[in-house]
Design a protein around this ligand. Structure first.
Ligand SMILES: [Zn+2]
Length: 246
């Protein structure tokens, strides 16, 4: 590795810690949650700087997680897109991440069940909803593409995000519209999860898990961290009230 690349990596790590330290809700900030987030952050910085360590991929590690069981430190829902290789882009290995892959990183019944397994049963202190640039599922929704088979049902959860983007930015078109939709769809997936998963809501309220949105750039290899949902607290409070009144 060149000295310049290594220096860039160190500076990025330091700056990211300064910036993202404040992104994690203090009330939900168990040491594990912060540590898990920093492991993802630094792993992605290693990856996009060409400094991946490829740890935890040995036969010893496989034996360890077979006999000792799995103890992943993060649950991640990402798009099925082949250009989004989750363990690789976070420079993690066997048994490190509990990953759900589905086109458009939507939160529907199966995905929510899998997330609950990772967050509730395995107890990961971080959940990342990871969108990505050039997402085909979001592009199909933004452009009104003619899709067949089971795909319309699959991408239906993305449509409310498109409506929100269009309402907020009626003039957006083409690539700008798709980019805005990709971010809005990350927030939408988090909303859908909160709406339908009481155990996730409970764990967020207790400060046992941080739910973070992010978008992976398939060309640069960098992850843009969006933080927790901007309306997380009010959303959870409102939802609880509505559910009580039902
Ligand atoms: Zn995609």
């Amino acid at each position: 590795m060149s000295g310049r690349v290594y220096a860039k990596y160190i500076i990025c790590c330091f700056m990211s810690l300064m910036v993202f330290g404040g992104m994690i809700d203090a009330s939900a900030n168990s040491p594990n949650s912060a540590e898990a987030f920093i492991k993802l952050l630094s792993g992605n910085l290693r990856f996009n700087s060409g400094l991946s360590t490829h740890t935890n991929i040995s036969a010893k590690r496989r034996k360890e997680v077979t006999t000792g069981g799995q103890h992943p430190f993060a649950t991640i829902i990402a798009c099925s897109d082949s250009r989004v290789p989750v363990e690789i882009l976070f420079d993690q290995g066997v048994g490190d991440l509990f990953v759900i892959k589905v086109a458009g990183n939507v939160c529907n019944t199966d995905e929510i069940g899998s997330i609950e397994y990772g967050v509730d049963h395995l107890g990961t202190p971080v959940l990342v909803v990871l969108g990505h640039t050039n997402c085909g599922a979001c592009t199909a929704v933004a452009t009104g593409a003619d899709v067949h088979g089971s795909i319309p049902d699959l991408i239906a959860p993305i449509r409310p995000a498109l409506e929100k983007v269009k309402a907020a930015h009626p003039k957006l078109q083409d690539k700008a519209l798709v980019s805005a939709l990709i971010e809005a769809n990350v927030w939408q997936a988090i909303e859908d999860l909160f709406l339908r998963s009481s155990s996730t809501r409970e764990r967020v309220k207790m400060g046992w898990v941080n739910v973070i949105g992010a978008v992976y750039n398939i060309e640069t290899g960098t992850v843009k961290w969006m933080g927790t949902h901007p309306e997380e607290e009010s959303f959870l409070t409102r939802l609880e009230k509505e559910l009580r009144e039902q």
